[in-house]
Design a protein around this ligand. Structure first.
Ligand code: FAD
Length: 394
């Protein structure tokens, strides 16, 4: 590890990897530090991503794809199903990744571009000089290093501390922090071409249960519930155990992982002097699905490029970096997050009676893609009472 770099990236997830790669490709000296001993593990993720979204950054490779997904199935509280995709989607829809390999591939590409990667290396405090961020203190193998950088990219995920240390309010209200538990379940019969989403306020309050295929008889089965709904005897794992006992009593569990996903609005500002915040650290996971791999890759790549321009211009002040904040916020990522937040706010608290009535109305709809906008408009058409309850969504 050297004492100075142009860019220091904190976190080796998809956001950090794309940031490091973009900055290194622009000719900058880049250090990426990841606190875990291995990139990509443990996998706190159901690993689903849309095919078109993925293709923006990397060509699909069977070595890090667990399953090719042809449709998404929404299951209401009473078991009524609504399917999106299938043949009408023209072979698109998505993949379930194998992030233990995928994340390493992304990091390898950053290293190939020239970034230095250090694992088991934790950023523990910012270095502030004359009131401005100037790098970070890094702990690795019992040693402490002071690393200076012109720009720090905080890609430290949902548990992010870096942006807060640099003065940005990163608080996620407990009711907007989904607490999640997921099992890898083997030896089960299920539709291994579909990502399944169960909604029910009784079975998974303010969240959903998912079944994402990982192989022919193997799936990631998990749940997210609102932090405020979790408590002794009714934690995410308790709800999930109940579901498994009912739906897959003979499934063999080989992995249990717990984690958190923010479903709040993005940070009010994602830059400060010499700092750019990306991915989950910027609270950019989707408020409806909790999905954040694409948004992390998109903002990571953007941050790496903006950092390069700023450094070449000799100005990495907050004002100069604001173009990063404006670009993602005014583009498809920002507009989708804003719309999906409003949709989530309106639908999440509905009781099972209302959820059933909505899923029933959807069961004969013909929708050929996963666009939330199309879905919401079709739901309003089939449920005119919603227009009175949620006029702001129209
Ligand atoms: P991360 O992937 O979280 O990477 C951040 C990295 O920073 C971590 O490796 C962490 O160890 C490291 N780090 C943190 N602090 C420090 C520090 N101080 N110093 C050094 N390193 C540090 N998204 C989807 O798109 N599809 C899904 O199906 C999906 N399912 C999910 C299921 C669950 C249960 C959970 C919890 C999340 C799920 N997500 C899903 C969300 C997805 O995992 C994240 O949005 C995505 O990983 C964000 O990427 P990132 O690079 O911003 O952060």
């Amino acid at each position: 590890m050297k004492e100075t770099y142009d860019v220091l990236v904190v976190g080796g997830g998809p956001g950090g990897a794309l940031a490091a790669k973009a900055a290194a490709e622009s000719g900058l000296s880049v250090l990426l530090v990841e606190k875990r001993p291995a990139i990509g593990a443990p996998v706190r993720c159901a690993e689903g991503i849309g095919k078109e979204a993925l293709a923006e950054f990397i060509a699909a490779d069977p070595k890090w794809i667990s399953a090719d997904i042809e449709r998404a199935v929404l299951v209401g509280p009473d078991g009524t199903k609504f399917t999106i995709g299938g043949e009408a989607a023209g072979g698109k829809v998505g993949y379930v990744l194998d992030r233990k390999i995928f994340d390493r591939e992304l990091i390898w590409r950053a290293a190939e571009a020239g970034a230095e990667i250090q694992v088991h290396a934790r950023a523990s405090a910012p270095i502030i000089i004359e009131g401005k961020l100037a790098g970070a203190v890094i702990h690795q193998h019992g040693k402490t290093y002071e690393v200076r950088a012109k720009v720090v990219i905080a890609a430290d995920g949902v548990e992010s501390k870096f942006a807060k240390w640099a003065g940005i309010d990163t608080t996620v209200p407990l009711w907007e922090l989904e607490t999640c538990a997921q099992y890898i379940v083997n030896d089960i019969d299920f539709d291994n071409k579909a990502n399944v989403f169960h909604v029910s306020n009784e079975a998974c309050p303010w969240g959903y249960i998912w079944i994402f295929p990982k192989g022919p008889r193997c799936a990631n089965i998990g749940i997210g519930i609102a932090g405020t709904k979790s408590g002794e005897g009714h934690r995410a794992k308790d709800y999930l155990d109940k579901y498994l006992a009912k739906e897959f009593p003979n499934g063999k569990v080989t992995e249990l992982i717990v984690g958190g996903v923010s479903v709040c609005k993005p940070l009010e500002c994602t830059v400060a002097d010499n700092l750019i915040v990306v991915g989950d650290a910027a609270r950019l996971s989707d408020p409806i699905t909790g999905g954040g791999i694409y948004n992390a890759m998109y903002t990571g790549n953007l941050a790496g490029n903006i950092a390069a321009t700023a450094i070449k211009n000799g100005d990495s002040s907050k004002k100069a970096l604001m173009i990063y904040d404006k670009t993602w916020r005014d583009g498809p990522v920002g507009t989708t997050l804003a719309r999906n937040y409003a949709v989530k706010e309106s639908f999440i608290k509905m009781d099972d009676k209302k959820l059933n009535s909505i899923v029933h109305s959807m069961s004969d709809m013909q929708i050929d893609d996963l666009s939330v906008r199309k879905l919401v408009l079709a739901i309003f058409k089939a449920n005119p009472w919603l227009a009175l309850e949620l006029p702001h969504l129209l």
